[in-house]
Write a protein that binds this ligand. Structure first.
Ligand code: NAD
Length: 321
């Protein structure tokens, strides 16, 4: 069995490798060569922690396994560890024997940023110039860094519920050589691409904040009850997702579907666009919306890629198990 510790991930995994892994697994999901197992997420009644498992099997990449982990709200204050903690376990699909244990914290941020980037590659207008960010927390920095590689963006505009956090994303824009401006939410209409990555339970982005022709990736809503955008925006947009089942139950589409504004059949897999079985954007005026809910197969795909890199670089720890 191989172990790739969390401390090695930053030296091994690149944004490009995460992008390729996630694009490949979305395509495999749409062609039914890969599927996710039902998600388990439990409040364990200890330390206010939420703990669970996301797993699946990808027949094309022969990745079988799960990510185990969750959220411990007191970690940072009490123990000096980050609050989100996860570990990926990979198994040999031929024998069921454990193949690898991989630190999952940084990988989660990289695979989540890769998902919105894949959606921008396939759905945003080619001439997109203004990048809009709603959110400025931990994930937002990874999201922006990856998104800026997808188009020739000339400006980043940003809004955050806690404005004091905006320097987090301003720094990323500046590092990429792109000017940044903090704006009121109403000015998101100036953006050609918007990423929302917040933990809100009440929508902040209204339908009128998004101009025709925009691509918006909604990445924060991954739990029942969370909501970043007004449901009416989904009725105006062509809606894509990583996985339809998750989108309508724990993703942004849960609200538009339960309000009767759209139907399950209106939510399309991004993988179908990658595979060429859905045409994707059909006009320059169309709003495309990607509901990125986060699937276990993304975790397995990036973990499998990092194990390969660790072996190549001689840093995988081998244990007799
Ligand atoms: P964080 O705590 O670092 O940042 C939270 C962000 O939400 C900040 O921008 C904060 O200002 C904003 N926010 C908090 N309360 C708000 C409110 N009431 N209204 C509007 N904005 C508010 O968290 P993070 O690690 O950056 O995660 C952000 C979200 O992304 C979380 O909801 C997390 O569960 C989700 N997430 C999704 C995936 C996925 O695959 N889709 C993966 C990882 C995290």
């Amino acid at each position: 069995m191989l172990i790739v510790p969390e401390r090695e991930i930053a030296n091994l995994m690149t944004r490009a490798a995460a992008f390729d892994a996630v694009e490949g697994v979305f395509a495999a999901m749409a062609s039914k060569d890969a599927y996710n197992f039902p998600v388990i997420r439990e409040a364990i009644g200890h330390e206010d922690a939420l703990y669970g498992f996301k797993g699946g099997f990808d027949r094309t990449g022969m990745a079988l396994g799960l990510k185990a982990g969750g959220y411990w709200p007191n970690n940072l204050a009490k123990h000096g560890h980050i609050n989100h903690q996860s570990t990926v376990f990979l198994f040999d699909p031929d024998t069921g024997m454990v193949r690898a244990m991989v630190g999952g914290n940084l990988l989660t941020a990289l695979r989540t940023a890769a998902a919105s980037s894949v959606s921008i590659k396939h759905l945003a207008r080619k001439d997109a110039k203004v990048m809009g960010m709603v959110g400025a927390g931990h994930q937002a920095t990874f999201q922006l860094r990856a998104a800026l590689e997808q188009r020739a963006f000339e400006k980043v505009i940003g809004w955050n519920y806690h404005p004091e956090m905006l320097p987090n994303i301003e720094k990323i824009a500046n590092e990429a050589g792109v000017p940044f401006e903090a704006v009121p939410l109403e000015r998101m209409v100036e953006a050609d691409v918007v990423i929302s990555i917040t933990s809100t339970f009440a929508p902040t982005i209204m339908a009128d904040h998004i101009a025709p022709g925009t691509h918006i990736a909604c990445m924060g809503t991954d739990t029942k009850g969370k909501q970043e955008v007004e449901a009416a925006l989904l009725a105006r947009a062509t809606v894509f997702t990583d996985e339809v089942t998750q989108s309508v139950s724990i993703g942004e589409a849960q609200h538009a579907v339960s309000a009767g504004l759209i139907e399950i059949g209106d939510v399309h897999e991004l993988g179908a666009v990658i595979n060429g079985t859905h045409k994707g954007r059909s006009s320059n005026d169309e709003i495309t919306l990607f509901d990125g809910t986060g699937v276990g197969l993304q975790d397995l795909a990036v973990a499998a890629a990092v194990v390969e890199l660790a072996v190549k670089n001689g840093v995988a720890i081998e244990v007799d198990f």
